[in-house]
Ligand binder design. Structure first.
Ligand SMILES: C[S@@+](CC[C@H](N)C(=O)[O-])C[C@H]1O[C@@H](n2cnc3c(N)ncnc32)[C@H](O)[C@@H]1O
Length: 287
């Protein structure tokens, strides 16, 4: 290649927009954080175990782009979903990219409500979820109890609430955890910028780094209180839930690597476990 053409190529590369400036942060979030098959699989499995029937009506609190609500309704034609989120722009994105493309029959069963999860609790549903740790926005016991009370009011007599929760020794340190997202030209970076042991407040970000070196940093910021399992358990009971189940991921022997354990993807009910560097657990509460 001659000197001239190398120079031209360099100029062209300079003109090419950076991947970060072209990216859609909701698309990136959905691809790197959400796995609707896993979330819905667990939700239905545990609901069946607890109630002995199929849940049909679903409320997705803090629904964001409502990806889960759409997947819920797409799976079974008798299911309905209500997604609740404070952010009108995120809901609009979800309507355009998730609800409408799912087709009229599915879209007719997904209701999106631009509102506060502390206030929206009608109609009554079989199951409500608050995932990706979103309820951590409520930083006081009073607020979190108020939220749980409102959820309970919005559940049928045999309703269930599903929450996820994270912790471990690494959850209270400043860290940056990188993860390649399979088949995608970007890396997902979970950043814990600050943790305050006096209040348990934690400041986290989701960042993305692209193949061309450009970054979306931060793409999302979360100013949370890191609630613990016993605190959530107690507040659920104080809010009127009758029973709380804690599910922990089981580990099994790695077939390829003797002596090592791998996460199985199966969650079992526990009352005592060994702490880990980082864990994600699920809490189900019965009305
Ligand atoms: C971490 S995202 C969760 C997105 C999605 N639920 C998921 O599982 O990935 C948090 C969402 O909660 C919404 N949010 C925060 N406070 C809220 C409130 N009080 N009521 C309703 N939505 C709220 C934000 O607008 C944001 O879309």
């Amino acid at each position: 290649m001659g000197k001239q053409s190398r120079l031209e190529k360099k100029k062209q590369a300079k003109k090419k927009p950076l991947m970060a400036s072209q990216a859609d942060r909701h698309q990136l979030y959905q691809k790197s954080v959400q796995d609707t098959d896993v979330e819905l699989g667990l939700m239905v499995e545990k609901y069946r175990d607890i109630r002995g029937r199929e849940p049909l009506s679903f409320r997705e609190d803090f629904c964001g782009t409502a990806l889960l609500s759409v997947a819920w309704c797409r799976d079974t034609p008798t299911r309905t979903a209500q997604g609740v989120d404070l952010c009108a722009d995120t809901l609009a994105w979800g309507r355009e990219h998730n609800v409408e493309p799912a087709g009229k029959k599915v879209a007719a069963r997904v209701e999106l409500v631009n509102g506060d999860v502390l206030k929206v609790n009608k109609p009554k549903v079989d199951i409500t979820c608050a995932l990706n740790f979103s309820y951590n926005v409520f930083k006081t016991r009073d607020l979190l109890r108020r939220y749980f009370k409102s959820v309970r009011k919005g559940l049928n007599d045999d309703g269930v609430l599903m929450l996820d929760i994270f912790g471990g020794t690494e959850a209270i340190t400043s860290t940056r955890e990188k993860r390649k997202v399979e088949g995608e030209p970007f890396t997902f970076i979970w950043e814990q910028e600050k943790y305050n042991p006096v209040t348990n407040e934690i400041l986290c970000h989701i960042n993305f780094k692209f193949k061309d070196g450009s970054r979306l940093e931060p793409a999302f910021t979360y100013d949370w209180r890191l609630w613990t399992i016993p605190e959530v358990h107690e507040l659920l009971l104080e809010a009127g839930f009758s029973k709380v189940h804690v599910y922990w991921e089981e580990y099994r022997d790695d077939e390829d690597d003797e002596g090592y354990l791998v996460a199985s993807g199966d969650y079992i009910e526990v009352s005592e476990v060994e702490n880990q560097e980082s864990w994600v657990s699920y809490i189900f509460a019965e009305v």
